[in-house]
Design a binder for this molecule. Structure first.
Ligand code: SAH
Length: 396
């Protein structure tokens, strides 16, 4: 049987040759053959020169996900080898194989596995699928994970919207083994965290902030700290352990804060933690109006920009949130501020923070520039994988 193929226009060739994994429908001039959803296709330039192979999805804006520039089959063995390579990076280069800990084992484009993310929480794995093609090759991927790691369980979670975007209908739940009935407890930097693998945000924990929690904690001894958008208290625990005099964790989610309380117990810091369920903007306004200040504020809001159209309002949101935080920051205070919007560049985010500082005439100095942890690697072929940025700033 002749393999179906797609032909690209001149504009689409550059990214594909540079091994960018997303081939959008607009870059395709011709589809030869009649590929099924999820089928393997050859990718050709306008002159018919072979550029690689990918998986086809007629429903998705990303019409083809390109996985190789070689002429090789995209079968179970191919994806199993990619999974083993991703695991080897965490183990051999990053040294993240403490089985009591947690890490991201596979990060989609960052591991040349566009559409597949796998996190490990102690001995339990959580898989997230964002591509139809990968979903069709899940069994060999699970076999490879089991063979390499012998996990107690593998659970499937799906991202909101993927049904519409990819035409992918999957049911969340256990895939292999027996998932924990309660929480999994993981260790990070000498702290313990309870994780809800089934209903927690992301896959249960913000693994991308692991190293940043340690960096922020380095400034916290002897300071009163507000952890704004705390989720289950990742930063709150880290600063409390590092010697913060008091910590206030603020989040809009009641279930996240329940776990924050549990985490405080697990780490013996409950006596120094105040928990507040509130909207971040409204809470900061109230704090400022009451004349209360903190020596250090962590701002880790959810993604503000989900599309290019939302970029302007996202930047206004960052400016406003950072300005409100500055109004609550004591003289000589430290601000740790993050953006996880992939659409917002580090430069644009820095400008939003600068506008916030200028609006209250309060000089800020950047002490550290932060990014996502290295188990969330960024492929140079797909710079869009770089999404988390942050600054630790010293205020006047
Ligand atoms: N800092 C956390 C991760 C934060 S994720 C960690 O290290 O684990 C962003 C958090 O913001 C989520 O917990 C979400 O519930 C919360 N959130 C979203 N909108 C909010 C709002 N308007 N006010 C307060 N919290 C909000």
């Amino acid at each position: 049987m002749i393999r179906p193929a797609v032909h690209l226009d001149a504009k689409g060739v550059g990214p594909a040759r540079g091994r960018h994994p997303w081939i959008f429908s607009g870059a395709i001039t011709r589809v030869v053959g009649d590929p099924e959803p999820g089928a393997e296709v050859d990718v050709h330039d306008p002159h018919g020169v072979h550029l690689g192979r990918g998986l086809f999805n007629p429903k998705s804006q990303i019409r083809v996900r390109l996985y190789t520039s070689m002429d090789e089959p995209l079968d179970g063995a191919f994806f199993a080898a990619r999974v083993r390579r991703a695991i080897a990076l965490r183990s051999h280069v990053l040294g993240l194989d403490d089985l009591a800990g947690a890490c991201r084992l596979v990060f989609s484009e960052g591991d040349e596995l566009s559409g597949l993310t796998v996190d490990r929480y102690a001995r339990h794995l959580v898989v997230i699928l964002t591509s139809l093609g990968i979903a069709g090759r899940l069994e060999p991927i699970l076999d490879a994970l089991e063979e390499a790691l012998r996990p107690e369980s593998i659970t499937l979670r799906t991202e909101k919207g993927v049904g519409e975007e990819e035409g992918l209908v999957v049911k969340d739940g256990p895939l292999r083994g027996t998932p924990p009935t309660e929480h999994v407890i993981i260790q990070e930097d000498g702290l313990r965290f309870a994780i809800d693998l089934r209903t927690g945000q992301k896959t249960g924990f913000y693994l991308d902030q692991r190293m940043n929690r340690a960096r922020v904690a380095a400034y916290s001894a002897g300071r009163s700290v507000a952890d704004v958008c705390s989720y289950t208290g990742g930063f709150a625990m880290a600063v409390a352990k590092a010697g913060a005099t008091s910590v206030t964790a603020v989040d809009a989610s009641a279930s996240a804060l329940e776990l924050a309380a549990r985490n405080a117990e697990l780490n013996g810091i409950a006596d120094r933690l105040e928990i507040k369920r509130a909207d971040a903007f409204g809470w900061l306004e109230e704090v400022a109006a009451a004349g209360r200040t903190f020596d250090m504020i962590v701002l880790d809001p959810p993604r503000f920009a989900r599309s290019r159209a939302g970029l302007k309002s996202a930047l206004q949101g960052y400016q406003r949130l950072n300005r409100l935080a500055l109004d609550c920051l004591a003289p000589g205070g430290v601000l740790a501020t993050f953006s996880c919007s992939g659409r917002v560049s580090a430069e644009a985010f820095q400008e939003a923070v600068a506008r916030a500082a200028a609006s209250c005439g309060r000089p800020l100095r950047i002490l550290e520039r932060l990014a996502q942890a290295p188990d969330h690697p960024v492929s140079t072929a797909c710079p869009q994988g770089s999404y988390l940025k942050g600054f630790i700033l010293a205020a006047e």
